[in-house]
Write a protein that binds this ligand. Structure first.
Ligand SMILES: *[C@@H]1O[C@H](CO)[C@@H](O)[C@H](O)[C@H]1NC(C)=O
Ligand SMILES: *[C@@H]1O[C@H](CO)[C@@H](O)[C@H](O)[C@H]1NC(C)=O
Ligand SMILES: *[C@@H]1O[C@H](CO)[C@@H](O)[C@H](O)[C@H]1NC(C)=O
Length: 313
């Protein structure tokens, strides 16, 4: 009797302990970013959380065969370790040997060249996660409570959004505090806060403050142009599938092609030219419902929208 009570109490204690822990999914990262993240994950495990780390098939520092107290979720990428080493070497060569012999225009040019290459590789990594049906299904079924990410590799925000879970970022800095200001709402007046990578300190004279102001402005424009636009394009492509339930269209060829590409059903209100004919064909394939502009009412439009959204054929 005594023993049975003790066992019950023990089981109860175990259950209480594990119910306090969360299921944490960790975004892949690289080099010092990964080295710095590991002790945080160890601490999370110590505090009773279950930690699962996404690990790409090609990485310089992550290794899903390495014994550890957290779990690994490996995924395949179309990048080789050699590709990765080449990019790192190019960046190092630029920083150590090329930069000193270049004018500011050449430096900027080369820097954004390298960033573009890096972005291409980063998006190939992201393909390995969000475009893998097997992995996304597994992650959804994993019922994670949180995604923990270093935003050096893009896509954790998109993935957290698709999985419907909160996102926690950890990061050392982004150039000119772009991410901290734009995503984290961090107040950083350029007259007081020296932009990361500007080589300025918090003791600035007037011309340095002016330089800092221009540094922020220039980096914001360049990052928008070379990075965020690319990320936005990628995210809209992925989200195009996921969230749009119906496309209300006049039946022009371009719009129809886009809807077909994303697999979104259409509600057609043709006006003229090829539009009525286009919609007849899409309707015949079961991908559209058409209403006539001249006779439609609020009710018939609402009914048609409901048909498009709810009728699966
Ligand atoms: C990964 O870890 C395993 C186990 O510790 C080790 O045998 C293997 O060599 C490592 N791979 C790389 C590429 O470091
Ligand atoms: C990765 O590729 C290997 C070999 O083709 C395959 O066995 C494995 O299931 C793939 N992993 C994922 C997560 O798709
Ligand atoms: C501001 O400080 C920089 C760096 O110390 C110096 O080169 C520059 O002459 C100073 N400008 C003014 C206006 O004091």
């Amino acid at each position: 009797m005594e023993l049975r009570h003790s066992v019950c109490l023990l089981l109860l204690l175990c259950a209480t302990k594990s119910s306090n822990g969360g299921k944490i999914l960790v975004w892949y990262t690289e080099a010092s970013h990964w080295i710095n993240m590991k002790p945080v994950l160890e601490e999370l495990v110590d505090r009773g959380h279950q930690v699962t780390v996404l690990v790409p098939s090609a990485s310089l520092f992550m290794n899903s065969s390495e014994p550890s107290r957290f779990l690994y979720e490996p995924f395949n990428v179309s990048v080789s370790v050699k590709d990765l080493q080449n990019v790192f070497e190019e960046v190092l060569h630029f920083s150590l040997y090329e930069m000193d012999h270049m004018n500011p225009y050449q430096i900027l040019n080369r820097f954004f060249d390298l960033m573009e290459t890096n972005m291409k590789i980063s998006l190939k990594y992201l393909d390995g996660v969000v475009k893998s049906e097997t992995l996304m299904k597994k992650l959804k079924e994993g019922n994670y409570d949180l995604l923990y990410a270093d935003p050096i590799y893009p896509g954790s925000d998109l993935t957290a959004d698709i999985l419907g879970i909160p996102l926690v970022f950890t990061l050392r800095f982004s150039i000119a505090h772009n991410v901290e200001r734009m995503c984290g709402q961090l107040p950083a007046p350029p007259s007081f806060v020296p932009g990361a990578m500007s080589k300025l300190t918090d003791k600035m004279n007037f011309s340095e403050r002016l330089g800092n102001f221009l540094f922020y402005a220039l980096q914001d424009v360049l990052l928008e142009q070379f990075m965020w636009k690319e990320v936005d394009r990628y995210y809209s492509e992925i989200r195009g599938h996921a969230k749009t339930k119906a496309f209300i269209t006049h039946g022009g060829t371009n719009g129809i092609y886009e809807a077909i590409y994303h697999g979104v059903p259409m509600l057609g209100i043709p006006v003229f030219g090829d539009q009525p004919d286009n919609l007849v064909h899409v309707e015949a394939k079961g991908a559209a419902v058409t209403v006539s502009l001249n006779v439609m009412t609020a009710e018939s439009l609402r009914d048609a929208v409901n048909t498009v959204i709810n009728n699966k054929s």
